[in-house]
Design a protein around this ligand. Sequence first.
Ligand SMILES: NC(=O)c1ccc[n+]([C@@H]2O[C@H](COP(=O)([O-])OP(=O)(O)OC[C@H]3O[C@@H](n4cnc5c(N)ncnc54)[C@H](OP(=O)(O)O)[C@@H]3O)[C@@H](O)[C@H]2O)c1
Length: 349
Amino acid sequence: MSFPTYLGNSAFWKTFFTPDRYSYDKIPDLSGKVAIVTGANAGIGYAITVGLASRGAHVIMACRSESKCTKAMAEIRDEIKAKFPDAPKDVQLEFLELDLNDLNKVKAAAETFLSRGLPLHILINNAGIMGTPWRLSADGIEEQFAVNYLATFVFTMGLLDKLKESQPSRIVLVNSVGHEMSVSGGINIDRINDESEGHPSARYGRSKFASMLFMKSLTRRLASEQIYVNSAHPGIVDTEMCRHSADAYGCFLTQIMRLTAKTVAYTPAKGALTPLYCATSPEIEEKAEKDSDVSGIRGKFFIPIANELRPSKLTESVELQEKVWAYTEKLISEKLNKKYDFSTLMAAV
Ligand SMILES: NC(=O)c1ccc[n+]([C@@H]2O[C@H](COP(=O)([O-])OP(=O)(O)OC[C@H]3O[C@@H](n4cnc5c(N)ncnc54)[C@H](OP(=O)(O)O)[C@@H]3O)[C@@H](O)[C@H]2O)c1
């Protein structure tokens, strides 16, 4: 496991003393915008959905359980009514079945959305698992890598033409400072399914490290488009994220981790603000980057609340980004039943 260099980065510590850079009242009117939020039934995804729908966005809640999603929808409507008096009366929420554990089902979910004929302005890849014990996904791939990274890759690429057609559009990858606590070297593609490669937290870090590489590669490929791709760390947030920790670390250690987290953790509503900034702030499209010939803020990593942080230096290697992209394309082609149309993936630049 690598030393988390963000701890030595003054920009990280400054965020504790800087006023929050985004808030719910800064979210612009989103009427006419269509957004997909994965894992929208719980935790941060639920709070992101509240934020988007309260400003008029039509939110597609991409979840694996329809019953959990239906329950969350009712709660979201009640919460918006109670907390956002200016919100539209007809809060637009819809369920889309998405199981990230199975790449064929992920591809089918993207196709189901496309068949609806809606535009797509915002895609927030939020769903994820953390610290699960050694397990393989339905496709026989280490579970955290499969769910947090590979499935996100397939879902995003399956929706890319629609995001292009609907631009200006945004893609947000909910990441974590934990990407720095990956296995040694960040990622070793020959050892993805090697059980001795890292413990559960390092494998979580590896999945988020791969997601960061994806964000960088995609940004390069979309340089001529008005599709703004960024990653966001929500903070340490009081959610059910640690639900798998007992399997991996035992109950005692898990209880200590839970209690520690509770004393410092944000509420999901606060944790949602940095992803919401990436998804909705006009600044993302308007702000000119220094020394850059492309418009807006792209390919960046933000930590609470809406402060930029340089991700692990290892993620900046274009060679590594392309190596992992090529590996991912090959792996996905092997796992999908129908031939995957890579024409939208574009050649490396
Ligand atoms: N909480 C934190 O402190 C923290 C810190 C850094 C980053 N993050 C990131 O924030 C994101 C959201 O986490 P959270 O804290 O809100 O966790 P959470 O409360 O556990 O919610 C996770 C969501 O992902 C969904 N999900 C899990 N596996 C799935 C699958 N195979 N297919 C479809 N959906 C699946 C869950 O659905 P079910 O309800 O059906 O399980 C749930 O909706 C994750 O990407 C996480 O890595 C969280």
